[in-house]
Design a protein around this ligand. Sequence first.
Ligand code: ADP
Length: 394
Amino acid sequence: MTSARTVHPQPCVDHTRTVDAVAPVSGEHYFREALTLLPVGILMLDERGMMAMVNPQAHHLFGYEREELIGKPVELLVHGLGFQSNAGLWAEPFVIPQSRGRVPLDDLCARRKDGTELRVEIELNPFHFDGANVTLAFVIDKTDRYELRRQREDLAHLTRVSTMGQLASSLAHELNQPLTAILSNVQAAQRFMTADPIDLAELREILNDIVQDDYRASEVIRRIRAVVKKGDLDVIPLDLAAVVRDVVALVHSDAIVRGTRVTLDIDTALPLVRGDRVQLQQVMLNLLLNAFDAMADVPPVDRAVSVTLKSVDNGMVLAAVRDRGHGLTADKLDKIFKPFFTSKPQGLGLGLSISRSIIDMHRGRLWAENNDDRGATFYVALPAGDAMEEDESR
Ligand code: ADP
């Protein structure tokens, strides 16, 4: 059955016919033929959001027979389209004003007949057809792209965890310090408690020290958890300076173990960037650890990494990680960003390629240059403000 009230106001036109049914050779016939040829699923919705026509690509995509869909609400396939209507996209239920033009809806969750879910992108187009206002919904299956993104995120997570593995012993050491201090402070407090009279001022100071040490230990744990956390991409306005400070704090003990000084120089009025905190931390962590590695054979006195953050004229925020290591030969300048390129015996060769795809996804740029004197500088340029939009096609 179809919704005769809206899309089919004239009884002589039957919109429920299959697109390949015998039909008079008319403009409408050619229109229906054209819809079957297009390589995307297409649903024609009447003013109440009922499916008045579906092309074969659409009903195959959802695993239905055509007849099972005609006259049914589109919500059967795509949950949430009705909410878009409530949110004011539609002037009347499922009538998009012509003036509004096409309405793209990204990353919607749809459901096949067998109950499995798929990710789709839907573009709604207001259309005047046969005297009625209808909506043509182009449905694009994004399952593959979604799966690709999920795999990319899994890989990024795996390399983050493996990077943290490299830091494990220095972090354990860093964690041990406040724990040891807490233990000896508690022992001191126990001794003070046996005195008569009890020196309350001294006890108060000891308790304050314990609180501070506890805070230090939980900060180390917070930073570790922030990096190894696995979650969905969360793009928000970010203070890149805070991201960088966190990463520098995380590598602090590793830098000490390797005899490397790290300096930070951050512009005071740095604009926000839009990005995912964990992913940008991953990039900065990778650049810093690479810089440390590059200076392994440099005399300790020369082992220095400087991190600068500033805003530049073209509306970008520029982060630079500058080391005094062995630098890059001309052929390496580009090769190092390819997956699995590594010059380290234990290297995976994934850090820079993942970092570059993260920065690309943030509509930024990551590149390397040799310094005039010695070593290399890695630059990350990110658009300031709201310039980034998540683009899953990348
Ligand atoms: P990995 O660290 O596992 O080798 P990366 O993708 O992070 O993987 O780095 C790839 C290669 O790029 C490194 O093996 C190294 O040869 C080179 N490289 C990275 N950073 C630097 C640097 N700061 N100075 C010199 N070479 C570098």
